[in-house]
Write a protein that binds this ligand. Structure first.
Ligand code: DON
Length: 631
């Protein structure tokens, strides 16, 4: 089993407050007296979706690097060994939370090209053409990853490692190659992904040499990507945004422009939207993280243009006001003496990781109802109000105010409020990847990066060796028309030149009473990032589950539209039945063995006990690993 995690429960995290309140970017937490203890962690830790990349990050920690150094090296390694999601041609978000001092948030999300226009995603009859925002030359937004990693290193690196030095392990992995694992073999074998990748001559040659798909155990060598990384190491990360590499990117998109029959006849006929000017102008943005409180923990998370932080804070703050523990006691009393039905345990045959353990008690149904409704409230606001704050006014103060929270709590009655007819059912697809790092000094980096779909647009830049994202699909290109995740939006997330599409990526860090880092967490999964992160926080803090059990436990997802709540396998049938009686629309997997197993998110998390004990967990749903780096 590639991943490693500890089942034994660590000291339960202290719960100091039964009552949550929030502050947004403009507020400051209250003074705490006495000052909370800040024990240093007993070890550094890197958790991500590739054991190779976790190893790269852990080595940097052992060589004296800090969390930012290790995150940059691991993210560059992921760009080589996880082509589905790790990237140079995508973008993302990162939090840096120091052992002492102010946390910062880095936005290296892609931007829409200056030539972008929603009309380009319509057919001749004026109907939206979804494939154009997912796999045409116009689906790629201006990549932010390289500039983002450079900025993270400059602002928070230890100073012991240059960008070039941190490129070295990735260069070696690209040049000497690595062995294809089961997950990459499966993804390359997926009919739809293969069709997309084979449209790109560069991707076809790399992943399907001589027409044959790379298989598990074969070596994937990427000499072009190695040369690109060497160039970044020698000439600096700026070389991604000008000169030869920039020209290669623009030329690649132009050569792909008619692959999907993108409508032409104007300024962008026969070429992609991204120009050298777009690349030269790209800058990451340092933003103020969102901060709030849940069960005595300070929650630090990503502000817009990610919706992840707002939705997580809203959901948890609403939940903080409900008497979940009372329900739990009542459920326990009712359960006492009732034998557990073994068929209701979490599990299933995973093609990737092993089946999860079935530890943990069933959750009380009324608490699950509150939880679903809190998510519904948060996702409804996401659709209506969230977008790039540099382009659209985002009413953050209102959305994170005690008044908003109070209204949401009052609106949640005893019955579900599905509210509106179903749109396209959402399906988890695509690839994003998360990296959690803790250094032995107690600094943390939580970083999520993405190409959007698996392998992004599928377009590999010849001469650069890297894949381009398809993040134009994360805009609400047309009001009410769902994107690949079934998400709808309006003007706040409408496409505009230079704008960043709304994201669900939610790198998050919890600090103990405003003191030392207690949890570093994030996940891929589109909107299921939000529900996955919320689930692990609620299970560890409210239900006092170990991190391993909380990550392993079955999840559900609710995103307002469509109105049904979607469940992974492993939920007790009687709980689902009780939720139906409350009016919930339940989308649970059937009992037929033919039902495809459902996997929501792949959480990568590190928990630090109040005694400095450290536990890293890479979700069994993926193939990652937690690697410790002892002081
Ligand atoms: O930024 C977002 O919200 C999406 N592009 C993330 C995509 C994703 O997580 C797909 N992963 N499974």
């Amino acid at each position: 089993m590639a991943h490693r995690w500890t089942r034994a429960a660590l000291n339960p995290i202290a719960r100091a407050s039964a009552f949550g309140w929030l502050l947004c970017a403009c507020g400051t937490p209250p003074a705490l007296d006495p000052a909370p203890p800040r024990p240093r962690p007993k070890t550094g830790m890197v958790v991500c979706e590739s054991p190779l990349a976790s190893g790269v990050g852990a080595k940097i920690l052992r060589d004296g690097g800090n969390a930012a150094d290790a995150a940059v090296a691991a993210a560059l390694a992921l760009a080589v060994v996880l082509p589905q999601a790790g990237n140079l041609g995508g973008g993302g978000f990162a939090l840096f939370v120091p052992h002492e001092g102010e946390p910062t948030a880095l936005d290296f999300r892609e931007r829409a090209p200056l030539l972008a226009d929603p009309a380009r995603f319509l057919d001749a009859a004026g109907a939206p053409r979804a494939e154009l925002s997912l796999e045409s030359a116009w689906s790629a937004a201006v990549p932010g990853t390289v500039a983002g990693l450079q900025s993270l290193l400059e602002k928070h690196g230890s100073g012991k490692f240059s960008f070039g030095k941190l490129c070295a392990p990735a260069i070696e992995l690209a040049r000497s190659g690595f062995l294809v694992d089961g997950a990459l073999e499966r993804d390359l074998g997926d009919e739809e992904l293969r069709r997309r990748l084979e449209q790109s001559p560069g991707a076809r040659a790399l992943f399907y040499p001589e027409g044959k798909q790379l298989l598990k155990g074969q070596r994937l060598v990427q000499p072009e990507l190695a040369r690109t990384l060497e160039r970044l190491a020698d000439e600096g990360p700026e070389s991604f945004y000008s000169g030869e590499l920039a020209r290669a990117l623009v030329a690649e998109l132009s050569s792909q422009a008619d692959v999907n029959g993108a409508p032409g006849g104007d300024a962008v006929a026969g070429r992609g939207l991204i120009t050298e000017q777009d690349l030269a102008q790209y800058r990451p943005v340092w933003r103020k993280p969102l901060r709030g409180w849940f069960r005595g923990m300070e929650l630090i998370t990503m502000p817009p243009p990610s919706s992840g932080g707002v939705a997580i804070l809203e959901t948890l703050t609403v939940l903080d006001g409900f008497p979940i523990e009372t329900e739990r006691r009542a459920a326990r009393a009712a359960q006492a003496g009732t034998p557990r039905d073994p068929s209701s345990a979490a599990g299933g045959d995973s093609p990737l990781g092993a089946a999860p353990p079935s530890e943990g008690e069933p959750l009380p149904e009324r608490a699950v109802h509150w939880w679903i409704e809190a998510l519904r409230c948060a996702f409804a606001e996401r659709a209506a109000h969230l977008g790039d704050p540099d382009f659209t006014p985002v009413p953050l103060e209102w959305l994170l105010s005690p008044e908003w929270v109070a209204r949401a709590r009052v609106a949640i009655g005893e019955s579900a409020a599905p509210g509106r007819p179903a749109l396209t059912p959402a399906r988890e697809q695509g690839e994003t990847t998360h990296l959690s790092v803790l250094d032995p000094q107690g600094n943390a980096v939580s970083l999520t990066t993405s190409l959007n779909a698996s392998f992004g647009s599928g377009i590999l830049v010849r001469g650069g060796g890297f894949l381009l994202n398809n993040h134009m699909d994360d805009f609400a290109l047309f009001p009410g028309v769902p994107n690949q995740f079934g998400l709808v939006g309006g003007s706040a997330n409408a496409l505009a030149p230079g704008k960043r599409p709304l994201s669900s990526m939610a790198p998050t860090v919890l600090r103990r009473g405003g003191g030392s880092v207690a949890l570093v967490i994030g996940s891929p999964g589109g909107p299921r990032i939000i529900t996955s992160v919320v689930a692990v926080i609620v299970r560890t803090l409210v239900f006092e589950e170990s991190l391993g059990a909380a990550v392993a436990a079955p999840r559900f997802h609710q995103q307002w539209a469509p109105p049904a709540t979607v469940f992974e396998s492993g939920w007790p049938a009687e709980l689902l039945e009780a939720l139906r009686r409350r009016g919930h629309w339940i989308d649970a997997p059937g009992t037929s063995p033919a039902d495809a197993p459902r996997r929501f998110g792949r959480v990568q998390a590190i928990r630090v006990g109040s005694d400095g004990e450290v536990e890293g967990v890479s979700d069994w749903r993926g193939t990652g690993a937690a690697v410790a780096a002892k002081r």
